[in-house]
Write a protein that binds this ligand. Structure first.
Ligand code: SF4
Ligand code: SF4
Length: 190
């Protein structure tokens, strides 16, 4: 150690004393994330409220951390949760295992699974960090009805999946209302 080294050390201390503090006041002030930040997952819905998840388990197979558990089941005409044949009856993501890599959302064929910007995923209970389908489902938006219910966006699959809000809508429990009878502008479909 040289004779000047202690003074160099104090020099670092003194120069730091006059710098602007970088302390973040979290959780009082939350920091904005980048727009494409990988945060908590969300299970999305169609514009009538039916679930996009078809229970195919591709997300679970793609997950390198084995963090997703899916059990699919058949829809029936009396009890329909998604437009296709199958829906995700059980859906869980274990945030003790998840590394937020996003491979699951890449694997999802229906864009049912996406990731939000919510990064507050800490808890003091292991079981509370296993999120269930009810916690992961997107909230019901305007014009949506909680499943189970029939297809509201069209009688055929083509009408349903090519839902055109300029041609049809809004819709209710009796089906979609023709554009001629519409008195409000439809919400854009995301
Ligand atoms: S983000 Fe990655 S680790 Fe987390 S559930 Fe999806 S695939 Fe698994
Ligand atoms: S979230 Fe997507 S990939 Fe996963 S089970 Fe549902 S439809 Fe399949």
């Amino acid at each position: 150690m040289g004779i000047l080294d202690p003074y160099k050390g104090f020099g670092v201390t003194f120069s730091t004393m006059f710098k602007k503090p970088t302390t973040e006041q979290y959780p009082e002030e939350k920091k904005e994330t980048a727009p494409r930040f990988h945060g908590r997952h969300q299970l999305n819905r169609h514009p009538d409220g039916l679930e996009k998840c078809v229970g195919c388990e591709l997300c679970a197979w793609a997950c390198p951390a084995d963090a997703i558990y899916v059990e699919g089941a058949d829809n029936t005409d009396e009890e329909r949760y998604s437009p296709g044949e199958r829906y995700g009856r059980v859906y869980q993501i274990n945030y003790l295992r998840c590394i937020l890599c996003g491979l699951c959302i890449e694997a999802c064929p229906t864009r049912a699974l996406t990731m939000t910007n919510d990064y507050e995923l800490a808890d003091d209970s292991r079981s509370d960090l296993i999120f269930t389908k009810e916690q992961l489902l997107a909230p019901l938006g305007d014009g949506m009805t909680a499943p189970p219910h029939p297809l509201f966006l069209g009688d055929s699959e083509t009408d349903y999946y090519r839902f055109d809000p300029n041609r049809m809508g809004p819709f209710d429990a009796s089906g979609f209302v023709d554009v001629a009878d519409r008195d409000t502008e439809p919400e854009p479909v995301r």
